[in-house]
Structures are given as C-alpha cells and as structure tokens.
Ligand binder design. Structure first.
Ligand SMILES: Nc1nc2c(ncn2[C@@H]2O[C@H](COP(=O)(O)OP(=O)(O)OP(=O)(O)O)[C@@H](O)[C@H]2O)c(=O)[nH]1
Length: 757
C-alpha cells in the first residue's frame, strides 16, 4: 500500500467506522462478521477476499482469532469492552497507545487502565450511556502520555449486541480512539484560511462598498434574480427603488447575457421635479462566479439644464450675431464710399452697396475672393495680398490711388484706408474704406493752378509795392501785427546800418514802440515829430513819424510806417527864427524881438501888479572909435558890449540892441532903484575893463537911463522916459546912469527884490 492510499485510509476510516458501527451495532447478530463487515469498507478488496476465504475455512472461534489479527492490522486504537467496561479486545495500536502489553489490558476495566494516566479516558458514565444506546463521538485534545506530544483524538464509541459468550450473546462496547492530530491541525489551518478568506472577502466587500460610496451617483449590483446585493450611499439616499418594468426586466436579461445599456431616462422625482438620468448597465461575474448586473443612475438634470441654457445662449448669440451683421451691413451701406471687410487670403466677408456698385458685382451673391474684384494684374494681386498681410499684422495703411479707366479714360482718385479689426465671428479682418476723392482732386488741381496764378499775381503785387515804396525818399516800413518788419524800402535800408535781409523779421527795440504798434493794430493812428541827437556825433535829427494800420495783400493787419526827416527844415527854421529875433552883429535880441517880448512883459506886470523897468545904454563917443579904428573894431566893441550885458544881467532879463551903438534891457519884477544898480554894475564893468580888440585895448564907457513901469504906461512911454533919462546922463557928462525916479516909491517891495538880484 502506498503512502497516499494509507493516508487516505487513515483519514477516511473514522467517519466510515462510525457509520459502520451505527449500522452494524443495530443490525447484525454476529459480532465478528459484523465487525468484519464494518471494517471491510476500509480494507482493500484483496484483503477482504482473503479474510473471507480464511473465515470460511475456520470455525467460529477462529473468527475471533482472525478478528484479533485483523484489527491489529488497523493502525488506530480499537477496543471492545463488556458491560462492565472491561476490555475484551484491544488491538496492537491500542496497546501501543497505552504503553501496556496486550495481556495487561485484556480483562481490566477502563478505570484501572486509566488510573494515573494523564490523559482522560472514556469514563464509566460514557460506557453506561453507550450501553443505553447513546453513541459517543467527540474530539479530545490532550498530551501524549509517553512522548508528551500534543495530540488530537476522535473518540468514537458505540454498543454492539450479539457477541457470543458461552452460548449467549451479549452486548459489548466497541470503541475507536483515532488520532486526528494531523487532520485537526489541517482543519484548524483550513478554518484559519477560511477565516482569513472570509475576512479578505469582507474587507474586499467593505472596500468595494467604500469605493462605490465615493461615487456621487447611484451605483448598484444586482444578481440574476433582481436582488440588489450592493448599493452605494447615493443609491441608498434615493430611498426605495421602484419595481422594474417589464421592459427593464427584458433589458436586464440582455445585460446578463452580455449586452450593455446606456440610455437616458426622463423621470419625475418625489417633489415632482423633472429628472434626467443616464442609465448605464453592464454585467460581470462576482466573487462567487455568479453573473451580476452593475448599474449606475447618473442624474444629469443640472447638466441638461446647463446644456439647454447653453443651447439657448448659443441660439441667442447666433441671433445676435446675425442681427449684428445685418446692422453692420446696413451701417456700411449708408456710407457713400466703398467699404469692405476682408479676411485673410483676400476673402471678402462683407461689402457695402457703394463697393458693389463701383465694382459692378452683386452684393448678395458676392462672397470670397472674386477675380472680378481682385486686381487683374497678378503682380498687383500679389501686392494687395502682401499689403493685407501687413494690415492683419497690425500696420495701418493710408494711401492714395490714382487710376484711369481704360474704357472711358475717366480719372479716379481714391484714398484707401485699411485697418485691422476683429469680425463678429472672432476672425481678424481688414476693414477698408475707399474714399473717392476724384472731385476734390480735380478741384485741388484747378485750385492749385488758380493759386499759382494768384501767387504770381501776389508776387507781382509785392514787387510793385516794393518798387512803389522804394520811390518814396523817406524810409518806409511794414510791420506785422506781432511787430516783425516784413517790408522796408530802399530809403529805410539806406538810413540803417543793416542790410535789407538783416532788417526783415526784426522787432522794435523799445517797449514804447511795441506798445504803440499794438495800439495801431487796434485802430489808432500815430503822427508825431521826433527830435534826437546822436550821441556819437552830436548830430541833431528831426523826423515826423507816421504810422497807420493797413491790410496786407494776404489779408493780415499790418503797420505801415514812414519816417519823414525834417532836420534841414527844422535847422533852417531855427536859423530863420534867430535871424528874426537876434541882432546879427551881437546875437542879443534885436529891436523887433525886444519890442514883442517887452509888450508881453508889460501886460503881465500890469496884470499881476509887478515891478518892471527898462534900461537904455549908449556907448560914449563911439563915432570916434569907428572913425579912428574902423568899423570892424567898432563892431568888436559892440559885440563885447552885448556880451558884458549878458554877463551883468540876470537870466530872466532880456538885453537887446536898440539900434547902432544903443542898447536896451528889459528887467521884469525890477524896480527903478534895482535897475540903477544893474546899470551901474554894467557901466563900471565896461569902464573899468578895457575892450580888447584887434587894435589893442580900448577904454570904452557908456551912458545909461532907466525908467520903471507905471500904471498907464505903454512900451513907448516907458522907453521914452528911459530914453529921456539917458539923454540926461549924456548931457550930464556921460559914463553915468540916470533913472527916471519921478513918483517912484523907493520903499516898494519890488525895489527890494530888484536890489537883492
Ligand atoms: N562900427 C559901427 N559903427 C556904427 C554902427 N551903427 C552906427 N555907427 C556909428 O556910430 C556913430 C554914432 O555917432 P554919434 O551919433 O555921433 O554919437 P557919438 O559919436 O557916440 O557921440 P555921443 O553919442 O554923443 O557920445 C556913427 O559914427 C555911426 O556911423 C555900426 O553898426 N557899426
């Protein structure tokens, strides 16, 4: 017997033996045969056959011997006890187990055998229970009495009737003590393995449950009978599921057969709200090999609502875009110039009526890059495309285009502007406007011709004006409103130390002139005389300055000024005046000027009640000087007489030559006595200081007479009284002064004033 067969026999034997005992103990009357029959189930057929042949050849006693031999073959402890629990039969394995010889066991009771044994034995009570018909079958765990090893045993015991003894049959106890240590250990291992497998299964199930619970949508696992074996938390939260419809049952059958389901379900929830779910079903094999349905019910109501909203928004956007495009179309159609919107590659997105009319195309059907619109010249076409690329890159194009129509020869001027923009569909586009400026260009051309003519006319006018003012001998200039010189004539340049070019643009040097120019621009006129003396040369300059506001040929206000130089006139005038008022020989007032001034002084004196006196002088024996030294010397004496009069008299006195060698002096605010003192001062001065002439020093004297103005006096009467006094001085001996003192108040304040002067 091979080891595997033996192990199999060892493992299967207890169960079969128990079964055999259960059957045999109640059914057979021949114990050996019964036992043999029971054991035959565990024995090889050859052994059974041999046993049967031996049994047939021997008698009944021999059966017991055979039984002993037979049970000794069995490696497990087997015994047979009588009703008193004494061993009748014990096989070799039993004896070895107890460590006792067969002889020491047979006939002894269980209690005797077990006394002192560490392991427990079947008790007497068990035997009695067995004898009463109760079958004992229990496992026992103890320690081997000899080698101390741990062991597990299966104790099986039952009652068996019919054992012959002295012609009677008695009931015996048949027991089996089967070592199941290996089997028990294997069983424990199996239990542990099963426990671990169960824990793993539970753990896996828990993990699967947790995973499914994380899914926010309902997920379930359903077996073939329609029972939900797993549902996730989201599914549980939905409450009780409605029963499947017939259609769903059919659907589930297909799913279990391998189909998959993915469909949308429209339902209403408990609150009556419309729900949209995505139902997904598939099948798989579960851990125990059963086909199950795995289903999900994803609520996409919110997504569908968003989708519906998006669709509505999209439709609205499309409508808005269409309305926008229509508005843009209407807008650009209003523009009288050709307008186009072009995409990359020369594709026209939109054109207006003016563009369609100018290019002779149908606006509604015209789309894309039309060769009839595109330039016919390939080079020009390429140039246009290149230009469009620049515009799309961000470069603005502003250019003028001039073409001549071949058919009519008509000139066309256009101002083309192109800009980059973004169309309503988001594409970058070129917005172009072709502004037709033919009329303006032709008008400009004509205007330019007119302007050139006008410019020529203006140049001629300016030339004429320049020539005109150059004829004027006086300096003439034209200043702008801001004061800059814009035109000067030759006379102005001639009087200036600067060139004409240096003068043009120059501003007035003085603030006064600038203010005056502003007044003239405002409308004032200036006509004035200026008198200047050049510091460098002392040259006197007289000029009449005339300024007036005029309008230039270009329409701007200007200041036209002319400097009329009258220096010669003023000097001649001054000379004439001198001739009219001065004595030509002596330079003092002549008789006419003296008379005019004297009359005015008499009027003032009479009006203000002031003193006024007149002195008259006559050189003594002057004829002798003339005669002796000549008239030139006489003239020298006369000039010296006049100089000394100017020396002796006050600044407000007026000395004059009355005629020949006669002199006169008008003394305002001077009394007669004061006049005497002045006359005496002159007389002594002349008498004491000889006159130096070409003929040497000459001693000259004078005679003087004076009179003070009185009420009612005329100039003639006053001079007459002075002259009378002079006459008295002449006749009184000459070189003396006589004053007309008749009725003169010597204590008058006027006299005191004259004396102090
Ligand atoms: N050199 C010169 N002599 C003049 C001028 N005017 C008059 N006489 C002279 O003055 C002289 C005046 O002489 P008279 O009238 O006789 O007076 P007199 O000689 O001064 O004598 P008495 O007056 O009496 O002292 C004349 O001989 C005139 O010719 C003049 O402008 N120059």
């Amino acid at each position: 017997m091979r080891k595997e067969q033996r192990d199999c026999l060892v493992l299967a034997l207890p169960a079969l033996l128990v079964a055999t005992l259960g059957i045999g103990l109640g059914a057979s009357t021949s114990a050996p045969w019964l036992l043999l029959t029971a054991l035959s189930a565990f024995m090889p057929p050859a052994l059974i056959l041999r046993c049967k042949r031996q049994a047939l050849r021997r008698d009944a006693n021999a059966h017991l011997v055979f039984t002993d031999a037979l049970i000794n073959v069995i490696p497990h402890p087997i015994h047979v006890k009588d009703a008193d629990s004494r061993y009748l039969i014990a096989n070799r394995a039993f004896c070895d187990e107890r460590g006792l010889p067969h002889a020491e066991i047979i006939g002894r009771s269980t209690q005797e055998i077990a006394a002192g044994a560490p392991h427990s034995e079947v008790s007497r009570a068990d035997d009695l229970a067995t004898l009463a018909g109760e079958r004992i079958s229990r496992e026992q765990h103890d320690t081997h009495p000899r080698h101390g090893g741990e062991r597990h045993r299966q104790i099986v015991q039952g009652a068996c009737r019919g054992m012959p003894e002295r012609g009677q049959e008695r009931t015996v106890i048949v027991g089996l003590d089967f070592d199941i240590s290996r089997w028990s250990i294997a069983r424990e291992d199996l239990q542990i393995s099963l426990q671990q497998q169960r824990l793993r299964h539970e753990s896996t199930q828990a993990f699967v449950q947790r995973v499914l619970d994380l899914i926010p949508h309902p997920v379930y696992v359903q077996d073939a009978e329609g029972r939900h074996v797993i549902v996730n938390r989201a599914m549980t939260a939905e409450g009780e599921l409605p029963a499947n419809s017939a259609h769903e049952d059919t659907e589930d059958a297909f799913v279990l057969a391998g189909s998959t389901v993915l469909r949308e379900a429209h339902e209403h929830d408990h609150a009556g709200q419309r729900q949209v779910r995505i139902i997904s079903k598939g099948s798989c094999t579960d851990a125990v090999g059963q086909r199950v349905i795995v289903g999900t019910r994803v609520d996409v109501s919110a997504l569908r609502a968003v989708e519906r909203h998006l669709q509505e928004s999209l439709a609205s956007e499309v409508a808005l875009r269409e309305r926008t495009e229509a508005f843009i179309q209407r807008l650009i159609d209003v523009i009288p110039d050709p307008v186009f919107i072009k995409k990359a590659g020369g594709v026209y997105a939109m054109i207006n009526d003016a563009f369609a009319k100018y290019r002779n195309v149908d606006k509604q059907t015209f789309k894309g890059f039309d060769t009839s619109v595109a330039p016919r010249d390939p080079n020009q076409q390429q140039s246009t495309l290149s230009e469009d690329e620049q515009v799309l890159a961000g470069t603005d194009i502003d250019k003028e285009d001039h073409t001549v129509r071949q058919a009519t020869g008509e000139e066309v001027f256009r101002k083309i502007s192109k800009r980059r923009s973004v169309f309503v569909d988001g594409d970058p586009v070129i917005v172009g406007v072709e502004h037709h400026i033919t009329r303006w260009k032709i008008a400009e051309r004509e205007l330019k011709a007119v302007l050139e003519r006008e410019m020529a006319q203006r140049l001629r006018t300016e030339r004429f004006v320049q020539d005109l003012i150059d004829v004027i001998p006086d300096p003439v200039y034209v200043r702008s409103a801001s004061g800059n010189i814009i035109i000067v004539n030759d006379a102005y340049v001639a009087r200036s130390s600067n060139s004409r070019e240096a003068l043009i643009g120059r501003l007035p040097s003085s603030e006064l002139s600038r203010d005056e120019d502003q007044q003239i621009i405002a409308g004032a006129e200036v006509l004035k005389e200026e008198h200047k003396t050049k510091p460098s040369t002392g040259e006197e300059i007289f000029r009449i300055v005339c300024k007036r506001r005029c309008v230039n040929v270009d329409g701007s206000p200007v200041i036209v000024g002319i400097h009329h130089y009258i220096t010669e006139w003023r000097l001649a005038e001054r000379e004439l005046k001198r001739f009219a008022e001065e004595d030509m020989l002596t330079g003092i007032a002549n008789r006419r000027h003296f008379t005019v001034e004297a009359r005015r002084a008499l009027e003032l004196a009479a009006r203000h009640g002031e003193d006024l006196s007149v002195l008259m002088f006559d050189l003594d024996y002057f004829k002798h000087i003339n005669d002796h030294y000549g008239h030139n010397v006489g003239d020298e004496v006369l000039r010296e007489m006049a100089r000394r009069m100017q020396t002796c008299f006050r600044t407000f006195d007026l000395p004059g030559r009355w005629g020949g060698e006669e002199f006169i002096a008008l003394l305002p605010r001077t009394s007669a006595l004061a006049a005497r003192q002045l006359a005496e001062r002159l007389r002594t001065y002349l008498a004491d200081a000889p006159v130096i002439t070409a003929c040497g020093e000459l001693h000259v004297s004078l005679s003087g007479g004076g009179a003070q103005f009185r009420a009612g006096d005329s100039l003639e009467s006053l001079i007459a009284r002075a002259d009378a006094a002079l006459y008295r001085a002449k006749h009184g001996g000459r070189n003396r002064v006589e004053i007309d003192l008749a009725e003169q108040d010597s204590a008058s304040p006027a006299l005191a004033v004259a004396a102090s002067g």
